[in-house]
Design a protein around this ligand. Structure first.
Ligand code: HAM
Length: 412
């Protein structure tokens, strides 16, 4: 019998491999604009790097690592994520000069022994970015905005951004105290065995437990935002203000604790509702203290990683999705305006076509139908004169005339 590939590992042929190449090339292009350079680190590291860096109580270290002895009995691990290795390389390289800011991206395979399903593999691929050297919340905001630019550049939309602040070395201890007190007041069997252990070693990990019963029991637990010190509150306010001014839609999720122990301060996740239960497309945050913990200077850091499998799934899904619009025009006079209206909508992330010829309205409606578009946008004489457009929803037949400037918002 032919030898089978390992469960949770994939072969990527032609078009699928092309999607990964496209994602990687776009990452290189967008990240370079922000001053990031590439850093390729080994796929295998000493196990202690991850145990120490990611945290012994995390699912990743406790349950999911590919760990094995080498021929001389040293414990090695296939990297489950990129950050710890990037930090190790940064420390090894002795590049750090006080006051300097260093930005690196890493692309490649990671390994976690999880239960495979759509969007969750045991060998998966990350686009990872790290910025060392700045404690400023502006670095957090820049990291989130670069992630947003990257996701837009690969053509994804309909993503939700969630942010939180996890507290710092100053306010974390009192938060741990509040949490422990809350857990101690629960009934003895409210938490699973793992969580009862974590309660003492690492109470914040209890909030990340995947069991429904633990999630239910911790619903009313105090949040880090309730316990934030003034510094954390001020930093978080700056991050939120910059994102707002940049026009990035986000929600604050006080329950967003992330699955790795190194986070402090701002954390964030990006999710999509289009790819099933494995909806987290990207995650990241600030990890001040990690470089020092791993034996380097006390250099702050912030970064994120996106899962390429999930990005590729979304790209395939959205490619197969129906276009948003078809622009139909009543006569020749509308053709150019129609083309420019379509361009504006495409720049806003929408997909669709504009007629090149002013054929009969019946024929254009047929083309719209054939394209599968959700809306037809009609530009007639009145609309052109008034800077408006008539939007017809092809599913419901409803139509309304709105200002052209509002078309993107209306269709989204
Ligand atoms: P993470 O949230 O563990 O963060 O992973 C980041 C992304 O990798 C997830 O949002 C998901 O898209 C993808 N991912 C994780 N596990 C799998 C899997 N088994 N199969 C497919 N995709 C997966 C980190 O790894 C941090 N190192 C991110 C970071 C960088 N924080 C600061 N710098």
């Amino acid at each position: 019998m032919a030898i089978q590939k390992i469960t949770g590992f994939a072969d990527l042929f032609g078009p699928e491999a092309d999607a990964y190449t496209f994602i990687e090339n776009t990452a290189r292009e967008v990240f370079a604009r922000y001053g990031y350079t590439e850093l390729r680190t080994p796929v295998v590291e000493r196990t202690e790097l991850f145990a120490k860096g990611i945290g012994e109580d995390t699912d990743v270290v406790g349950k999911e690592m590919y760990t094995f002895p080498d021929r001389r009995g040293r414990s090695l691990t296939l990297r489950p994520e990129a950050t710890a290795g990037v930090v190790r390389a940064f420390i090894d390289s002795k590049r750090y000069q006080p006051g300097g800011v260093y930005k690196y991206y890493t692309l490649g395979p990671m390994f976690r022994y999880e239960r495979p399903q759509k969007g969750r593999m045991r060998q998966f691929h990350q686009v990872n970015a790290e910025c060392f050297g700045s404690p400023s919340p502006l670095a957090d905001a820049e990291s989130i905005l670069m992630l947003a630019d990257f996701l837009t550049a690969i053509g994804l939309r309909g993503l939700s951004f969630e942010i939180n602040s996890l507290g710092c070395a100053e306010c974390r201890p009192s938060y741990r105290g509040f949490l422990t007190e809350y857990f101690e007041n629960l009934t003895a069997d409210a938490l699973c065995e793992d969580c009862r252990r974590r309660m003492a070693t690492n109470p914040m990990r209890v909030l990340d437990c995947k069991r429904d019963s633990c999630a239910e029991a911790t619903k009313g637990a105090p949040t880090t935002l309730q316990a934030s010190c003034e510094g954390c509150r001020e930093n978080f306010a700056v991050v939120k203000k910059v994102l707002e001014e940049a026009g990035l839609d986000y929600t604050v999720n006080p329950r967003l604790v992330r699955g790795l122990d190194y986070y402090k301060g701002t954390t964030f996740e990006v999710a999509s509702t289009d790819i099933g239960s494995q909806s987290a497309v990207a995650g990241g945050g600030r990890y001040d203290g990690l470089v020092k913990l791993l034996g380097g200077p006390d250099v702050p850091g912030v970064g994120f990683a996106c899962g390429m499998e999930r990005l590729a799934l979304l790209l395939a899904e959205q490619k197969a999705a129906k276009p948003d619009f078809y622009v139909a025009v009543l006569d020749e006079a509308g053709l150019q305006a129609g083309l420019l209206l379509a361009r504006g909508l495409r720049q806003a992330g929408l997909r669709g076509e504009a007629a090149f010829e002013a054929k009969s309205m019946k024929s254009q409606m047929r083309s719209a139908d054939k394209s599968g578009a959700r809306h037809v946008l009609i530009l007639g004489g009145d609309e052109l004169a008034q800077g408006t457009v008539t939007v017809k929803n092809l599913a419901t037949g409803e139509q309304e005339t709105i200002s052209m400037d509002r078309a993107a918002e209306r269709l989204a």
